[in-house]
Design a protein around this ligand. Structure first.
Ligand code: HEM
Length: 425
């Protein structure tokens, strides 16, 4: 049985299954999580969740509904609650917004502000720009596979290879000095992993999140001043110089942009690389198939992204009274869109719990859809593909070297530990 197949006998009520979506620890046990999601898809695909410590929300677990909600961006707004946070953190962030010291980025905004802000960086992430970056990314991938070789015959692939690799690519694009990469690695992990005991600073607390955010704001405010004074042709300079309707962006808007790009471009891709390798180790037939037929790599990358679904959820808030699958939802109420659930939907995927490196079609929603569709999707695909293109031809043997462990999070994450033994050519 594959690791993500819901194990029979994991009995739970629909209420317990709904509360799992607001329980960071629930995401550390893939069997139990997928049992909960399968139950919701089957019995209560539009389910009202009241979880201790969280403001209420509706859990949306079917592919068709996630897709339809994301595509109707005038009815379903990102503001004011784009991401599931505790009620205490929701209140804290609302207060910070009022003081102009909260993140105000693409994921927090709706049209017309969203469209104007997105246009600023859009060209930097289009396939043409990605092609220009591809040699650099391939070089980074080779460097990280060389690092595996230097580490000998065992490593924690999640921490030592998958975590630093995409961060280097995105920070190089942004234009940060390599000496600052370790600091950025720590701060982005603290921000996304703030519910996890191993990653968060003062885990699970409001302080852990906001102090990491403060440090990021502090770091980037210095960078804005530098790039305004001396533009260097990188993405950070481009954003610092950009204008909307003739006005330069505020420091807060620029810092939010930098933070979004640095964080969104990191944990998502590292989780996919680590989870993709874990899936190949657990499905040696699929690893053999891919090694025999490297032409399958683009399809395999898509399957890894579906399989891992590193973004666990985003939220939308109804701008007017509406219905989803006949269930009334009032204006101002929020829905949580579960990507791992949509990507295992039996109505859309043939044998969704089978890891299939040649899956075709693969209409996963791991990058979302509609106007907020992941800006970095082409970069993410290129990075995952480059790493496996560098690794697989050199990989003579690979096996687990201990138990993997998953990050406790309701937002972005995946494997935080993947101990492996291997032999590289
Ligand atoms: C948005 C997934 C990698 C930048 C998103 C969204 C998802 C997502 C689900 C929200 C989409 C929606 O609301 O419809 C992923 C996955 C990745 C990945 C699964 C890796 C496998 C990246 C990378 C970058 C990036 C490498 C590089 C900068 C962004 C940005 C947004 C975004 C800027 C906000 C777009 C907007 O709101 O208009 N991503 N992402 N992502 N992602 Fe990614």
């Amino acid at each position: 049985m594959s690791p993500a197949t819901p194990r029979p006998g994991l009995a739970m009520t629909i209420e317990e299954a709904g509360r799992a979506l607001a329980t960071p620890d629930a995401y550390t046990d893939e069997h139990r999580l997928h049992a909960a999601l399968a139950l919701l898809r089957r019995e209560a695909p539009v389910h009202h969740v009241r979880a201790p410590g969280y403001n209420p929300f509706w859990a949306i677990t079917r592919h068709e509904d996630v897709n339809a909600i994301e595509r109707d961006h005038t009815l379903w707004l990102n503001a004011p609650r784009p991401v599931l946070r505790t009620a205490v953190l929701d209140a804290e962030l609302a207060a910070r917004r009022a003081r102009g010291r909260a993140l105000s980025s693409l994921v927090h905004l709706d049209d017309p502000e969203h469209r104007r802000l997105r246009a600023i960086a859009a060209d930097w992430f289009r396939p043409k720009a990605m092609r220009a970056m591809s040699e650099r990314v391939r070089e980074l991938a080779r460097r990280h596979v060389d690092l595996m070789a230097e580490l000998g015959s065992s490593c924690d692939f999640a921490q030592q290879i998958a975590a630093p690799y995409p961060l280097y690519a995105i920070l190089a694009l942004l234009g940060l000095p390599e000496s600052d990469f370790p600091l950025m690695l720590r701060l982005t992990q603290e921000l996304f992993g703030h519910d996890d005991r191993d990653k968060g600073r003062d885990a699970g607390s409001r302080a852990g999140y906001t102090t990491a955010l403060e440090d990021l704001f502090g770091y980037f405010h210095d960078l804005i001043a530098e790039r305004r004074a001396r533009p260097t042709g990188d993405l950070a300079s481009h954003i610092a110089q950009a204008r909307i309707d003739g006005r330069l962006l505020s420091d807060n808007e620029i810092a939010s942009y930098y933070i979004l790009i640095a964080t969104a471009g990191h944990d998502t891709t590292s989780s996919t690389v680590a989870g993709g390798l874990e899936a190949l180790i657990r499905h040696p037939d699929q690893l053999d198939r891919l090694r025999r037929d490297p032409g399958l790599l683009p399809a395999a990358v898509e399957e890894m992204i579906r399989w891992v679904s590193p973004v666990k959820s985003f939220m939308r808030t109804a701008a007017a009274d509406t219905k989803v699958r006949g269930v009334p939802i009032a204006a101002g109420e929020s829905v949580l869109l579960s990507y791992p659930s949509a990507n295992r939907d039996e109505d859309v995927f043939d044998e969704p719990f089978r890891f299939d490196v040649g899956r075709e079609p693969n209409r996963h929603l791991a990058f979302g859809t509609g106007v907020h569709y992941c800006l970095g999707a082409a970069l993410a695909r290129m990075e995952v593909e480059a790493l496996f293109a560098a690794l697989l031809p050199r990989l003579e043997a690979i096996e687990p070297d201990g138990e993997p462990a998953w990050t406790a999070t309701t937002f972005v994450g995946g494997l935080k530990r993947l101990p492996i033994r291997y032999r590289l050519a």
